[in-house]
Design a protein. Structure first.
Length: 261
């Protein structure tokens, strides 16, 4: 298996049996993360929506594959994988690094005529503002310190966990450093911007630049928490996703911590 293989079986992971007729939410993980980071969201969304999580090379069950050095290549392969699925409706969801990969994937699919139902971008400022404040990190110690600062590295004190995590972190930050936003046609799908109230990388008010990257009106949602708010607010996030996709059931309770703007 090589990173040039863009088949869904290589790039996409499903949690549970296929959900016949359900809308698919294709999810893109954060730097250093893998498809398994969306397991809880998949449970929270089922059976109304089926999660397909993107597995970048160089981690988890693809840890023996060489990582792709450029974010554009990740988007190319992910778009090809989504394009080979059947014609069921789908949306994209990306967290942090994954927000950029999901956005670039959406641009490619939009150009090909396979426009997603919606794009959800989480915990990342719009690429029109330039590189993120920590995108240039290269040193291993700095990468580990940053993950801990953001609240996503409680297990990184274990040397074995570090040895497994660092190759993916190095690869993903290299991909971030490779990325430069280029102007082009606006997306023909709405965008939902999701942020945490205490995220040190992107304040809620700074994230709304994403809305200008679509020709369709979108919305901004704010959740209580930091950069990894999704870990603690998964039920509220799932409700917001279903609402914005028009899939919310009448009996669903409101999400008090998600403020629409």
């Amino acid at each position: 298996m090589t990173t040039g293989d863009s088949s869904p079986g290589t790039w996409l992971r499903r949690f549970g049996p296929p959900a016949e007729g359900a809308l698919r939410l294709v999810c893109f993980p954060h730097a250093g993360g893998g498809a398994s980071s969306f397991h809880s969201l998949a449970r929270a969304l089922g059976p109304a929506a089926e999660v397909l999580a993107v597995q970048y090379p160089g981690r988890q069950d693809r840890r023996h594959e060489p990582p792709l050095p450029r974010l554009s290549e990740l988007a190319d392969r992910a778009a090809e994988a989504v394009d080979t699925l059947d014609g069921a409706p789908y949306a994209l969801f990306g967290h942090s690094l994954g927000a950029l990969v999901a956005y670039e994937t959406a641009r490619r699919l939009d150009r090909s005529g396979n426009t997603p139902r919606r794009l959800f971008v989480s915990a990342r400022c719009a690429p029109t503002t330039g590189a993120g404040p920590t995108d240039g990190l290269e040193d291993d110690a700095a990468l580990l310190a940053e993950v801990r600062r953001l609240g996503g590295g409680d297990a990184l004190d274990d040397p074995e966990v570090q040895a497994l995590a660092l190759p993916a972190l190095r690869a993903d930050y290299r991909a971030l450093r490779s990325y430069t936003w280029r102007d082009g046609p606006g997306l023909r799908c709405p965008v939902t911007v999701m942020t945490g109230t205490e995220d040190p990388l992107c304040a809620p008010g700074e994230a709304t630049g994403w809305l200008r990257l679509s020709v369709v009106p979108g919305r901004s949602r704010v959740f209580t928490g930091g950069h990894f708010y999704l870990q603690d607010r998964v039920t509220e996030v799932a409700r917001a996703v279903l609402t914005d996709l028009g899939l919310r059931t009448p009996e669903a309770a409101p999400a008090p911590a998600a403020a629409a703007r």
